[in-house]
Design a protein around this ligand. Structure first.
Ligand code: GLA
Length: 385
């Protein structure tokens, strides 16, 4: 495949590439809508991802091509940086260049060609994957010596400042710091993390794509961020805390009356309880107790469904089916929600039967079929040559 990509690059740009880099997508095992509330999350990188082939040019332009999208861009180097251009895919790499420029690193002319195999808009962080692979590759090409953590921070800024989504740091962090067969337990406040062995024993990690087109996901996401800020402000009238996740269940029970809006109170309850679940899940995983881990996954989903209200009938149908299937230890939506993907821990020897049963159930309930994959945990961003 890499050979075909190399041929495509030469075909587009009339000269060979000099570097290939890869960044994965991610799933989040547990800890949803927690990162922007300063708590604990547990994502891992997957083996699907984005390849970037690139080479310097002498024309003082940035050129972006993709094998996944028709649109392409050629733009002069501008020392003042760039702004978002419509809803095009190349906003992600352009946004990375904008952030690098604003951080004092101006890449020379570069030709770039992207190809990815993460289903777009599926909640598996295809955007973080493009951002991180671009930042990583340009850093290598320039020899700028930007640390991996700073690359993560710059790419988060791309989402927040350039794209306009008030997301947390989890996706970019997982894409950059993932390791094969490890889950990342990340404290989103301090950015301290540990890599946890993800030995799933007789189980495998299934990814189930609802194949639902996500609508309004960005505005609903930003709405949740605002609701959390509102809850935090109300609680700060009595508690000295910086984030919602600084509040434990007891303190929340004693002070939740300070949040006058019922909906906002439900959002905060999810955050406080989900944060506690991540700590329990880490213990369960370390002790190889996948039954306990699976129960926490179901509890997480129920909370996202009823308290945080970011699920939907498609994701719920998948998790409902899983909860009646004895071969499944646990299941939940992963990522922002509003469609996208669910994950499930499924007995390896029952995966085919599980997949068939789920597809049939989902089609009857929803009217079209989901995509079901058995997935592996892979490495974070890296150079391939
Ligand atoms: C999206 C965001 C992340 C995180 C998740 C929800 O993936 O990009 O920062 O908030 O949603 O956990």
């Amino acid at each position: 495949m890499e050979i075909q990509l190399a041929e495509q690059f030469s075909h587009f740009f009339g000269h060979p590439h000099t570097k290939t880099c890869f960044a994965p997508g991610r799933v989040n095992l547990i800890g949803e809508h927690i990162d922007y509330n300063g708590g604990l999350v547990m994502p891992c990188a997957i083996t699907h991802g984005t390849y970037l082939l690139l080479a310097p040019n002498d024309d003082r332009v940035y050129r972006f091509r993709s094998l996944n999208f028709e649109a392409s861009l050629e733009i002069d180097i501008k020392k003042e940086g760039y702004s978002k251009m419509g809803a095009n895919w190349y906003n992600y790499p352009l946004g990375v260049i904008d952030r690098l420029i604003k951080a004092g690193h101006i890449p020379g002319g570069v030709d770039m060609m992207f190809w990815g195999n993460i289903p777009i808009g599926s909640g598996l962080s295809s955007s973080a994957s493009i951002e991180v692979v671009t930042a990583f590759a340009l850093n290598e090409l320039m020899g700028a010596g930007i640390s991996r953590l700073d690359l993560v921070k710059h790419t988060k800024d791309v989402e927040n400042i350039f794209i306009g989504l008030n997301s947390g740091i989890m996706d970019q962090f997982a894409v950059a710091f993932g390791e094969k067969n490890k889950a990342i337990q990340l404290n989103c406040d301090t950015l301290d993390y540990t890599l946890v062995d993800c030995d799933l024993g007789d189980y495998l990690l299934a990814i189930i794509n609802t194949n639902k087109l996500r609508a309004l996901a960005e505005s609903k996401y930003n709405e949740r961020v605002m609701e959390c800020n509102e809850a935090l402000k109300a609680l700060q009238s009595a508690l000295t805390v910086q984030y919602l996740c600084d509040i434990d269940a007891d303190a929340f029970a004693r002070h939740q009356h300070l949040i006058s809006n019922d909906i906002v109170r439900k959002r905060a309850k999810h955050v406080v309880e989900e944060n506690a679940r991540v700590q329990q899940a880490a213990k369960a995983l370390a002790g190889g107790d996948l039954t306990a881990f699976g129960r926490l996954m179901y509890a997480s989903h129920a909370s996202l469904r009823y308290l945080y209200e970011v699920s939907g009938k498609e994701l719920d149908a998948i998790v409902d089916y899983c909860s009646t299937n004895k071969q499944v230890a646990g299941a939940r939506m992963t990522g922002a929600g509003f469609g996208g993907c669910a994950i499930a821990l499924v007995r390896k020897d029952s995966f085919d039967a599980f997949s068939e049963g789920l597809i049939q159930y989902y089609q009857e309930k929803i009217g079209y079929v989901p995509s079901v994959y058995s997935s592996s945990i892979g490495d974070g961003v890296k150079a391939l040559d």
